[in-house]
Design a protein around this ligand. Structure first.
Ligand SMILES: NC(=O)c1ccc[n+]([C@@H]2O[C@H](COP(=O)([O-])OP(=O)(O)OC[C@H]3O[C@@H](n4cnc5c(N)ncnc54)[C@H](OP(=O)(O)O)[C@@H]3O)[C@@H](O)[C@H]2O)c1
Length: 280
């Protein structure tokens, strides 16, 4: 299986757990040192963790990663899009795309497109996306999806997570009649991860404080368990197009489920990464 964002937070715990259950996990992250530490810390296991260093922010590197994975693995039975960030200041990638939108939404879109044949080869297969309940704060601003004016970090993050859910639901529909499922989940509010590393110090201090107050938020272990469940539970080999929270299968916002929004986002995303929108 391929798991992005496995060098930190819930992805790191999930990768370790899945390998301990016997899986071969190709972990994607930016930082070679963190990747090496993960591999060193998690052997020997029943399964295997292999690290592939990639920055998912640019399309060239996502395509190079896909080529590396295609050359290394004959089949990919699970593709987990867990990497994510929240960028305090607006910045653009080398492709001229707003960073949060590029990493949280466009990278999963493009990587899924590039690895499709390996998913088909390995089917039954699963695509799992780490979303967030914060998506309920967002609506799609199709006139300015990348916040070129009035950038607000929380809104940019919320809209990127709305996009990940709309993408997952649309993908599940498009996978109808295949043996590939696509589901997404909210891991919980987990103040102890590195997600807000880019925020001003006073916000980080508040989040760190929340991490030690009993009853606030979710632990990294619980978040990782939700991820692992979507990969391993037999029911999610059949159910597709689901959004899962701590309460189980839940309806995401109508903004995410709206077929017109999903279609529009799909076509815009295809244009931004330069692929034919008529896929899979
Ligand atoms: N924490 C929460 O409260 C919360 C709530 C809802 C949803 N989520 C979602 O949960 C997922 C995991 O986040 P986390 O909370 O575990 O945070 P985290 O500790 O910061 O982990 C994020 C992971 O994403 C990777 N990543 C970020 N940008 C990347 C890039 N440009 N290229 C490649 N990898 C990149 C990081 O790799 P590096 O090691 O290279 O930095 C890291 O492995 C994210 O999608 C996040 O949006 C988190």
């Amino acid at each position: 299986m391929v798991l992005t964002g496995g060098t930190s937070g819930i992805g790191r715990i999930a990768a370790t757990e899945l390998a301990a259950q016997g899986a071969t996990v190709a972990v994607i992250g930016r930082d070679q040192r963190r990747g090496d530490t993960l591999v060193a810390d998690t052997t020997p296991l029943d399964g295997d963790i292999r690290f592939h260093q990639t920055d998912l922010a640019t399309q060239t590197t996502v395509r190079s990663l896909a080529t590396e994975l295609l050359n290394t693995y004959d089949g990919i039975d699970a593709l987990v899009h867990n990497a994510g960030l929240s960028s305090h200041r607006r910045s653009e990638t080398g492709d001229g795309v707003e960073l949060t939108f590029a990493v949280n939404h466009l990278a999963p879109y493009l990587l899924t497109h590039e690895l499709l044949d390996r998913l088909r080869t390995a089917a039954p297969a699963r695509v799992v996306v780490t979303a967030s309940d914060i998506h309920r704060r967002a609506t799609f601003n199709f006139d300015d999806l990348q916040f070129s004016s009035d950038y607000d970090p929380l809104q940019a993050y919320a809209q990127s997570k709305l996009a990940t859910i709309a993408f997952t639901l649309e993908l599940a529909d498009r996978f109808e009649d295949t043996e590939i499922t696509a589901n997404c989940f909210h891991p919980g509010f987990i103040p102890s991860t590195n997600l807000f590393r880019d925020a001003p110090i006073w916000i980080r201090a508040m989040i760190r404080a929340a991490a030690i107050i009993p009853g606030i938020g979710t632990t990294q272990q619980e978040g990782a368990q939700r991820l692992c469940k979507l990969i391993t539970a037999p029911e999610f080999g059949k159910k597709t197009g689901m959004y899962v929270t701590g309460d189980g299968i839940t309806s995401p916002s109508t903004e995410a489920t709206d077929p017109e929004n999903r279609q529009r986002l799909w076509e815009i995303s295809a244009g931004l990464v330069d692929v034919d929108p008529d896929w899979p």
